[in-house]
Design a protein around this ligand. Structure first.
Ligand code: NA7
Length: 887
């Protein structure tokens, strides 16, 4: 179906009056406007908002009563792991008059009482059908409505379906043989009986040491005669330090609740808290240890994860923090072997859900509590009387499964949902969920997922994320009504873009390194895909709001009177690059082209002092080499491996005007270590004092000198490549051709990182990226004007793209960045090399800017591109490419 780009002329905007669908259309009137699946925190808030907005609704709930997660998870010790005061609805500002939390972390019964209180206070039960599971929901395209069937025999049509099914509500199967033969008691933490369970005097097995195990084990151990914990993966847990609600927090809250809630909405995790921007190793070890101790002492998960900015991205930072945890475990647990088994070592801290506990580790010091490491002693089977491992037969009166959930997607795909053309959602998601904003999925019109995959959900305070999603859905329904649309659905492009963006966000973190339920890794056969959105509640909310502000960007809206589609991608930059640009914009720095040259150079040098240094190399040597007219500084980076090494002559960026031999220091270190080659960053004379072709002459002189002195420098003669970024990339390309024409020195390969190749300012990339991505078109123009006269700009020593013959040039890797004014000329040069028969690899760096690929340890998304550069260099240096064999 074709959708016009703009709204149909016949559709004038209407006000927000409630107009039923039947008033607008001769299509069948559905039984209700909205079916909601689930009556947990999300379902209750939906019932509240939908009913007050005049929508006819039905809520189906499989449980016999409301509460969702808090209805089912009644195991001993079950508590929320976000402070109670943050884990509640914000829509009812009068709550303080009729509700008080008794503890910092409320127990399951107290939370359930709170939810019942809310339901009663706002008369929500009348919308809910209990003890009824939705089995099937099928989209009827002709009638433009959903047909929903339940196990109670209901057959209900609805314009919209909202899945409020929760992220941790579909329990995992037991996955152990022989359970049916066990004659004792069997419990699942996720389906705990309503009547009290008495373990007094009993021998109890607990399988699983996630949050449910960590919370329940100490409480079970208070009663039981013997407790044996079967642990597959140890967990990182910090003491909850539960008690009274903190008076400071209450005071903050009481002072201005609206501000407090608003700060939560604009925070990274849904709890008022500043995002840490301090990298771990930017402060002293003593300070770091103090900071870790403080986090351990506060007893709040978000505080702990937020100690430093790079805990979830820098392996070394993560390792140090993990070691702090392991030391705590070793200090608490008496038996060294048990302590060792309890220490997680095979995944980075916080990449599996960390836990909050009360006496968890100390429980293992009790004489009747024992830990079995099932990685060493796998469970073979459950028997009539207990559990057999490969080495031991245990006898139990009760077995408790705390084995977790088919998280985030399990409860959604458990319903047989079919969309357009009877396509099943389960099939569509067979290789992993695809959503737009975690709220909607293409091919399934009018289906909303509350805290679905691709939204912050389980990485955030669920109460805040649920409200945000429900509010967004309500606004959307209001918009559809007001504008006469009956259906909304994301486009394939928007969905693919969002799925890519979520993966991009995950890929710059350590999350994918763990076999966690965030990755779907806990369920046999489930695709390994990172499920939640990790960039934060604040960024996520801003994105959802932006989609609306841009006329429902990425959605098709349709109705009897017409349709509209404003297709596009809401996030195109790499997430870390976007964050850097936001921070730079907030600093409101002057632009180089607004300054006199000397000031620009000083400013450029000053900016370089605040960046991370890049990786350690074996040795750094500063020296001078003879340039075309005088000495030039160089810096040599030697790999830590034994030499001799191949050599890369590197030319720095800076528009021929700013920069020097050390201004691309982190990039050169990175290249050196990754490619295992000596990198010699050679300076050249700068404009405007020394205009074109001074820089070219110096670059040629540097390459000749390095080739002549390769052995003395520790290099391998004949294994010489050139590399440059920006203006330096231009010089590397120019030198490659000039050395070809001069018959030497022989260059085995050229690395051109976002190079100018003809400076044609009329290209589309100069127009599209004129502002906003660091290098502006005005700044590029400023550089060209300082460097070269307009009359010389077709000289191939400035414009390699204008060289008549590119054949026989060294093999090349050309990197272009999507949001770079220079993108199109780099692309054109790669194509020209290819056309001339030069082996060329063109890397299109998606979501990157002119500069971001050089930001080592800052824009982490650039690392895979630099890895490809290093890989290309290693290829250039293979013996088959040396002068003897190249001919
Ligand atoms: P989790 O966090 O998924 O924990 C489940 C635990 O059960 C975990 O230690 C699993 O080990 C273990 N497990 C799962 N299957 C098996 C089998 N077959 N054999 C042995 N051990 C097994 O679920 P929870 O209910 O504790 O917590 C869920 C969330 O609720 C929690 O994160 C909070 O957000 C609230 P594994 O790690 O998979 O090796």
């Amino acid at each position: 179906m074709e959708y016009p780009i703009t709204q149909d002329a016949g559709l004038e905007a209407r006000d927000d009056r409630l107009v039923t669908d039947s008033a607008r259309t001769d299509r069948p009137t559905p039984d209700v406007d909205v079916v909601v699946v689930g009556a947990g925190i999300a379902g209750l808030y939906l019932a509240y908002r939908l009913s007050r907005a005049g929508h006819r609704l039905r809520v189906f709930e499989a449980g016999d009563d409301l509460g969702g997660t808090w209805y089912w998870n009644r195991y001993p010790g079950a508590r929320v792991d976000v402070p109670s005061i943050d884990y509640m609805y914000s829509f009812d500002p009068n709550w303080q008059r009729d509700w008080q939390w008794s503890e910092k972390y409320a127990t399951q019964p107290e939370i359930l009482r709170y939810l019942n209180h809310i339901a009663d206070k706002h008369d929500l039960r009348r919308h809910i059908t209990f003890s009824t599971r939705v089995r099937q929901a099928g989209w009827d395209d002709g009638a433009s409505l959903w047909r929903v069937r339940t196990d109670g025999g209901d057959d209900v049509s609805a314009r919209f379906v909202v899945m409020a099914t929760g992220c941790l509500s579909m329990p995992k199967q037991a996955e152990v043989d022989g359970l049916e033969s066990f004659t004792g008691e069997v419990y699942f933490t996720s389906r705990w009986p309503h009547d009290p369970v008495d373990f007094t005097g009993k021998r109890v097995a607990v399988i699983g040491t996630g949050s449910s195990g960590v919370q329940s084990i100490p409480v079970i151990a208070e009663e039981a005669r013997e407790v044996v914990v079967f642990q597959r993966t140890p967990t990182f847990s910090i003491p909850a330090r539960n008690g009274q609600v903190s008076p400071e927090r209450l005071a903050l809250f009481a002072a201005n609740e609206a501000d407090y809630r608003s700060a939560a909405r604009m925070s990274p995790g849904g709890i008022p808290m500043e995002r840490s921007i301090t990298p771990t190793f930017s402060v002293s070890e003593a300070e770091r240890q103090q900071r870790y101790e403080r986090a351990w002492g506060i007893g709040e998960l978000f505080e702990a994860i937020n100690v430093y900015a790079d805990v979830l991205s820098n392996p070394a930072a993560n390792h140090e923090f993990a070691e702090f945890f392991r030391n705590k475990i070793r200090a608490i647990v008496d038996d060294p072997q048990t302590a060792s088994d309890l220490c997680p070592t095979d995944y980075p801290v916080a990449t599996k859900r960390p836990c909050l506990d009360t006496n968890y580790y100390a429980t293992y010091n009790l004489p009747h509590v024992r830990l079995v490491n099932v990685r060493k002693h796998p469970i073979r089977q459950i028997t009539e009387t207990g559990i057999d491992t490969a080495h031991e037969a245990f006898t139990f009166d009760a077995i408790v499964f705390a084995t977790g959930f088919d998280a985030v997607t399990g409860a959604i795909t458990a319903v047989d949902i079919t969309g357009r053309d009877d396509a099943a959602l389960k099939d569509k998601w067979a290789d992993g969920p695809q959503t737009y904003l975690g709220l909607t999925t293409a091919g399934f019109p009018n289906l909303f997922l509350i805290t679905g995959p691709g939204s912050p959900s389980v990485l955030s305070n669920m109460a805040v994320s649920i409200e945000q999603h429900v509010d967004w859905v309500l606004d959307c329904l209001g918009h559809l009504r007001a504008h006469g649309f009956a259906a909304i659905e994301p486009t394939a492009m928007a969905e693919a873009g969002w799925t890519q963006h979520v993966n991009d966000c995950a890929d710059i973190t350590l999350f994918p390194a763990a076999n966690s339920w965030y990755m779907g890794a806990n369920v046999p056969g489930k695709p390994r895909v990172f499920l939640p959105y990790p960039a934060g509640v604040d960024f996520y909310r801003a994105t959802c709001d932006e989609v609306v502000a841009r006329d429902y960007l990425g959605f098709k809206l349709s109705g009897p009177e017409g349709s509209m589609c404003n297709d596009g991608l809401v996030r195109r930059l790499q997430p870390d690059v976007e964050m850097i640009l936001i921070q730079m914009a907030a600093m409101n720095l002057p632009t180089l082209d607004s300054m006199p040259v000397d000031e620009a150079r000083a400013f450029y040098a000053q900016m370089s002092t605040t960046r991370p240094p890049g990786p350690d190399v074996g040795e750094i040597v500063d020296g001078v080499l003879p340039g075309a007219t005088g000495d030039l500084a160089y810096r040599l980076y030697r790999p830590p491996t034994p030499g001799p090494h191949p050599i890369v002559v590197f030319f720095h960026g800076g528009g021929w005007v700013v920069g020097d031999a050390v201004s691309d220091d982190p990039l050169c270190r990175d290249l050196c270590v990754r490619s295992d080659a000596i990198v010699i960053s050679a300076d050249y004379r700068h404009a405007p004092e020394h205009r074109f072709p001074a820089a070219v002459d110096d670059a040629m002189a540097a390459v000749r000198w390095v080739a002549d002195n390769a052995e003395a420098l520790g290099g391998m003669p004949g294994r010489l490549a050139v590399c440059g970024w920006s203006a330096g990339g231009n010089l590397a390309a120019v030198v490659s051709r000039l050395t070809r024409d001069a018959g030497g020195p022989h260059i085995v390969g050229q690395v051109l990182l976002t190079p100018p190749t003809d400076g044609d300012l009329t290209r589309a990339s100069y127009v599209e990226n004129a502002d906003g991505y660091g290098l502006t078109t005005a700044l590029a123009q400023w550089c060209y004007d300082h460097y070269i006269d307009p009359a010389d700009r077709r000289d191939p020593r400035f414009a390699p793209l204008c060289a008549g013959d590119l054949s026989g040039l060294p093999p090349a890797i050309v990197v272009t960045a999507e949001f770079d004014p220079l993108r199109d000329e780099g692309k054109a040069y790669a194509a020209a090399l290819d056309a001339a028969g030069v082996p060329v690899e063109h890397v299109r760096a998606r979501g990157h800017t002119h500069q971001s690929l050089t930001m080592v340890d800052v824009a982490l998304s650039g690392a895979p591109v630099r890895a490809r550069i290093a890989n290309a260099l290693r290829g250039f240096f293979l013996p088959t490419r040396t002068p003897e064999t190249a001919a």
